[in-house]
Design a protein around this ligand. Structure first.
Ligand code: FAD
Length: 391
């Protein structure tokens, strides 16, 4: 039985189709039973729960948007709610799905041939193959549209890749990585499916992160990595194709940010009702109520914008700028919301056991990945002013 979350104050999720609601009810119950109890331990240890891919595959959380792997036809708004429900429990879990489903499977779905889609998507949805997305490099983050240094050279029936990548989620334990590299022949950025077991592919874990500690990010080096010609994604022939993938994933990260803020809000509300000071629950105090209501308002402002941008995707009308506006706005609202939630919990707001601290720390990475707040702002700024401010 599905009920909209209390954080969904205007019950927007009540608009979903019955089959979508049923899916979310099952997902929520499973996350609360099997995932919520283990995330703090993993966060502290900076370890990834090895059971997670299997659980998420059983719940069909990956591949929902692709004809080759979806269990039923569904809307982009529904898929946004999936990201929301995941992040409400844990942002690292939602990020794992964002990488596997949105970035890796999304690259194959949007840029692969029919044969390539069939070859990889069903196995990835089933959790048999875990994927990563390698765009960012040590020397090229925000400027990856023009600054990539990783190269691809065609030699007979093979491509030879050389270079390095940074921040690549899932790559320390995954099976394949979508590597974006500059073709030495025509200077265009192209996308390749690289099995992580290929000789010359080395992934090292980035240690000592203070945010999204459960997500395993890798520094990758590629030294004469040889892959068969049919591992080049057929329709990934310029940076514009990587940007097509990022448009859709950015809109989903906006949902993820709203879900993270909802998780923090729920934890702060629980704390405020239980914690007594001056002889009464702190929830009775006007200033504490203000913290909670600002967070609740931010969650709802974000999901309303996210839902509209997702509707535009289904209508085939979503633009890069709309996705960028959703990501920039939802992450800004998220960051403000988690700060209020943390403040409402006083000192315990920074202790893992009270729920808010993990969301507070994780918000920082969401704010910066898939285009920083600034870069997404500049994408919208270019549209509204007609002036590109990047360089
Ligand atoms: P930089 O580009 O160095 O930016 C530093 C600061 O300068 C930022 O505030 C930025 O907004 C600002 N800035 C830069 N240029 C301008 C400008 N022209 N005008 C105004 N401000 C500017 N990448 C992948 O490819 N795959 C992944 O799976 C992946 N996962 C990630 C997971 C995590 C936890 C993190 C933190 C990052 C991940 N990334 C991934 C990389 C992420 O997309 C980049 O961190 C992001 O694009 C920013 O790049 P950067 O960190 O190099 O920052």
């Amino acid at each position: 039985q599905f009920t909209p979350l209390a954080a969904d104050f205007t019950a927007l999720a009540a608009e979903l189709a019955p089959v979508e609601q049923e899916f979310l009810a099952s997902l929520r119950a499973r996350l609360e039973r099997d995932i919520a109890p283990i995330v703090d331990e993993h966060w502290e240890a900076a370890s990834f729960p090895s059971e997670l891919p299997g659980i998420l595959a059983e719940q069909r959380a990956c591949g929902l948007g692709f004809a080759e792997s979806r269990p039923f036809e569904n809307s982009a708004v529904f898929r946004g709610w999936v990201a929301f429900e995941l992040a409400r429990v844990d942002a690292s879990v939602a990020t794992y799905v964002g990488v596997q489903n949105g970035l890796a499977m999304g690259s194959i779905a949007l840029c692969g041939s029919a044969k390539q889609r069939q070859r990889w998507l069903p196995a990835m949805a089933a959790g048999d193959l875990i994927g990563s997305f390698g765009l960012t490099e040590p020397e090229s983050g925000s400027d990856s549209a023009r600054g990539l240094r990783t190269t691809a050279r065609r030699e007979g029936d093979e491509w030879v890749l050389n270079g390095s990548k940074r921040w690549i989620g899932n790559a320390t334990f995954g099976d394949l990585t979508i590597i974006w590299a500059v073709d030495e022949a025509d200077g265009q950025v192209k996308g390749f499916v690289v099995p992580n077991s290929t000789p010359g592919f080395v992934a090292e874990k980035i240690e000592r992160k203070m945010s999204l500690r459960i997500v395993q990010n890798a520094q990758i080096t590629l030294t004469d990595v040889r892959i068969p010609a049919d591992h080049h994604l057929e329709h990934a022939t310029s940076f514009k194709d990587a940007a097509r993938v990022l448009r859709e994933t950015r809109a989903e990260v906006a949902w993820l940010a709203a879900g993270l803020a909802a998780g923090a809000y729920e934890a702060a509300l629980k704390y405020a009702v239980e914690r007594e000071q001056f002889g009464a629950p702190i929830a009775r105090r006007q200033l504490v109520q203000e913290h909670l209501v600002i967070a609740l308002g931010n969650v709802n402002a974000a999901i309303t914008l996210c839902a509209r941008v997702s509707q535009l995707l289904d209508a085939g009308e979503q633009t890069d700028e709309q996705a960028a506006l959703a990501k920039a706005t939802a992450t800004r609202l998220m960051r403000e919301a988690v700060a209020h939630c943390r403040e409402a919990c006083g000192g315990n707001g920074i202790v893992l056991d009270y729920g808010v601290g993990r969301f507070f720390a994780d918000a920082e990475a969401i704010y910066s990945y898939e285009g920083t707040m600034e870069m997404n702002t500049l994408i919208v700024g270019r549209k509204v002013t007609g002036q590109a401010a990047f360089v």
